[in-house]
Design a binder for this molecule. Structure first.
Ligand code: FES
Length: 92
């Protein structure tokens, strides 16, 4: 969850996580927006179990997501990428 009091945030916007709208704020990472939105299952392990952000600082790779669509897709660590309005995110 996000801290609600005494915090100055950037502008609110939405990203799409597996087609589901997810609120994000300017300056927030994709992983932070997903966690706050209850969409923390960023990828699946080999047994199909959901994995989510663990370190939130770019070292564990548990937050891998695919950003973009069509030919413009890249797998990235969600905790290192700033969310942007209309960004399309898929797990795994
Ligand atoms: S949460 Fe560990 S690399 Fe992103």
């Amino acid at each position: 969850m996000r801290i609600e009091h005494d915090v100055a945030r950037g502008a609110a916007f939405e990203i799409l996580v597996n087609g589901t709208p997810c609120r994000a704020y300017a300056g927030e990472t994709v992983a932070a927006a997903m966690l706050a939105g209850g969409l923390a299952g960023a990828r699946r392990d080999t047994a199909g179990r959901p994995r989510g952000p663990f370190c939130n600082m770019g070292t564990c790779c548990e937050c891998m997501v695919t950003i973009g669509d069509g030919d413009n897709r890249r797998r990235m660590r969600g905790c290192l990428i700033d969310a942007a309005p209309g960004m399309m995110v898929t797990d795994g």
